[in-house]
Unconditional design. Structure first.
Length: 261
């Protein structure tokens, strides 16, 4: 059903796009038609596939490292409050810098290769994961903590056996927010400096006024983003079967909610 909704949304967007081209008749270098974009992709499918593989590798590597660093930071904040008081202000300061400010610095430090793009993606992924997981760890039900305090469990045992499992829905929510943002880090890094990737394709095509190629690269990037979000939903669906809030909401806002018994 979700695939049907996504397909209907895509068809509707393409129809509105084509109608705008017919109605306003803009020059092709300003707004190509959907047919021109499909043709640009069909002419060089291997070209787009190769650059998509580069970008997807950067995205997955950044998503993995960002999740690991974000989870470890949140865990440290919950386990060691003084560590949190020291680290969290630095995290907020880092998050305050726009990605377009950080990307040139990372390229300068790490070079034009994949490392700078992975680092950029890691930074973007890090904050929503760390923030959501840390919030979940802080919001553990006080009644449960009081009950655990009556047992011989140590601070670390209570953290690992009680607080972390109960905070997993928060971590999953952070991952679902972070997944669509991951391509942004990779593409921004490629815009600043790269020799491959969808961002590199966009920059080169834009400089040559090949707008249809730019739109084709954007369409491929959008498809990768949707697939990444769906993959995250699939991978996290069974992690917390006890928590109703971890169920992925439907894209249809008109869906009827089940009646409570």
């Amino acid at each position: 059903m979700r695939a049907l909704h996504a397909g209907l949304a895509t068809v509707t967007l393409a129809a509105l796009w084509q109608a705008s081209v017919w109605l306003f008749a803009p020059p092709p270098y300003l707004l190509p038609s959907p047919a021109a974009v499909v043709s640009a992709f069909a002419e060089r499918p291997g070209f787009f596939a190769g650059h998509s593989l580069v970008t997807m590798t950067e995205i997955l590597a950044g998503l993995l490292t960002g999740t690991l660093f974000g989870t470890a930071t949140a865990f440290g904040i919950a386990a060691l409050p003084r560590f949190g008081q020291l680290v969290w202000p630095m995290v907020l300061i880092l998050q305050a810098f726009p990605v377009f400010v950080l990307a040139p610095i990372l390229v300068l430090w790490l070079g034009f290769g994949m490392a700078s793009k992975v680092a950029m993606t890691t930074i973007i992924i890090f904050f929503p994961v760390a923030s959501a997981f840390a919030d979940g760890l802080r919001r553990t039900d006080r009644t449960i903590l009081d009950a655990v305090s009556l047992t011989p469990a140590t601070h670390w045992q209570a953290l690992l056996a009680v607080r972390v499992p109960l905070a997993l829905p928060g971590l999953i929510s952070g991952l679902r927010v972070a997944a669509p943002l991951a391509p942004l880090g990779a593409v921004v890094g490629e815009w600043v400096g790269a020799s491959a990737g969808l961002g590199f394709v966009m920059v080169q095509a834009n400089a040559r006024m090949q707008t249809a190629t730019v739109f084709a690269a954007m369409a491929v990037l959008a498809a990768l983003t949707v697939l990444l979000r769906l993959a995250v939903d699939r991978l996290t669906a069974g992690l917390t079967p006890w928590a109703e809030e971890t169920e992925t909401p439907s894209f249809n806002p008109l869906r009827r909610r089940p009646r409570k018994p």
